[in-house]
Design a protein around this ligand. Structure first.
Ligand code: IPM
Ligand code: MG
Length: 371
């Protein structure tokens, strides 16, 4: 049986980096002998353009994805669509509904900095001599993003706007189990991030985290308030292993993690639903960075985040672990050889500046030597 995926390149640099990612996927499928059946669909601004601004998420895109094992997503959004009604803008009209529709409550965002790239990190190099490797596990379908009531009205002749942060205990339990399991496969350290000194949702979060922790005696858990977590990330990122937190905090901390990694162009992400009986997940895989409209169309974007999104997809949704390992090793070897797209290039000795297609070619070449 072939693996079935939908490919949603979207906007900005999405289509350019997706081309590279699909070449890499094709190469590993040949080498590791599995078949991929993929179909490409419209999403975001590209869908708005094609439907005369009717929708950024056509029915057909959802239906095809419902039949697939995974969604490989590029990025959506850009200045062209920023003035449309909020509900049809690419982010709110496509990305959030996709997450909700497919129940993708667990967002895994690795934020690592390879030892070879510490000089690209804004964190002082003496603080991270060996780089760092943190995994942010963000709750993705609850909290203030989706809580009701949400809206705007006039009260005493003044506009008032409101959002609701709400969590059910079961939602907190679900994401904590994902985080504890991830920690079990890593360094067995978990930091739960909340604002329990102020927010009722966080008090429930902390209580629930302490309860779930009992089921994972091997994992050492601690708690940080979110403001302190933001500080620790720039002060001692190499002392953190797995972070778990609610939707909005995770949004903010994961951007901070991306920044300290040196480049947004390196980081993939996975958004997963419930585990299936075979231990795999339906998931959506996308770069942590956005559509980067400022460099779109120039062929200079870093394709690594999209390539590593393929690797996460192979691991979590398709069960092709050897192929995922090979991609990770090929990316590492490519970086070790000094090749850098513009986002990573510092002019240091041993670095060579290359474009998107050249980075793709280098990864493909390293793939044939990878273990
Ligand atoms: C992200 C993005 C989205 C979010 C936006 C585009 C809605 O910032 O994936 O982190 O806030 O979740
Ligand atoms: Mg974000």
């Amino acid at each position: 049986m072939p693996h079935t995926i939908t490919v949603l390149p979207g906007d900005g640099i999405g289509p350019e980096v997706m081309d590279v990612a699909l070449e890499v996927l094709d190469a590993v499928s040949t080498r590791f002998d599995f078949e991929i059946s993929s179909s490409t669909h419209l999403v975001g601004g590209a869908a708005l353009d094609a439907t005369n601004n009717e929708t950024p998420l056509p029915r057909e895109t959802i239906e095809a994805s419902e039949k697939a094992d995974a969604i490989l997503f590029g990025s959506v959004g850009g200045p062209k669509w920023e003035n449309l009604a909020p509900e049809i803008q690419p982010e709110r009209g496509a990305l959030l509904p996709l997450r909700k529709h497919f129940g993708l409550f667990a967002n895994l965002r690795p934020g690592s900095c390879l030892p070879a790239l510490t000089h690209a990190s804004p964190v002082k190099n003496e603080l991270i001599p060996n780089g760092f490797d943190v995994l942010c596990v963000r709750e993705l379908t609850g909290g203030i993003y989706f809580g009701e009531p949400k809206g705007r009205e006039d009260r005493n002749d003044e506009p008032v706007a409101f959002d609701t942060m709400v969590y059910k205990k079961s939602e907190i339990e679900n994401i904590l189990h994902v985080a504890f399991k991830a920690a079990m496969g890593r360094d067995k350290r978990l930091t739960s991030v909340d604002k329990a000194n102020v927010l009722a949702t966080s008090v429930l979060w902390r209580e629930t985290a302490n309860e779930v922790a009992v089921q994972y005696p091997e994992v050492t858990m601690d708690h940080l308030y979110v403001d302190n977590a933001a500080m620790q990330l720039v002060k001692r990122p190499d002392s953190l292993d797995v972070l778990v937190t609610e939707n909005l905090f995770g949004d903010i901390l994961s951007d901070e993690m991306a920044m300290i990694s040196g480049s947004l162009g390196m980081l993939p992400s996975a958004s997963l639903g419930e585990a299936k009986n075979n231990g795999l997940y339906f998931g959506m895989y996308e770069p942590s960075g956005g559509s980067a409209p400022d460099i779109a169309g120039q062929g200079i974007a870093n394709p690594i985040a999209q390539v590593l999104s393929v690797s996460m997809m192979l691991r979590y949704s398709l069960g092709e672990t050897a192929a995922a390992d090979a991609i990770d090793a090929a990316v590492q070897a490519t970086i070790d050889s000094g090749l850098r797209t513009g986002d990573l290039f510092t002019g240091a000795e041993g670095e060579t500046k290359i474009n998107t297609a050249e980075m793709g070619a280098a990864i493909l070449k390293n793939l044939s030597y990878a273990p």
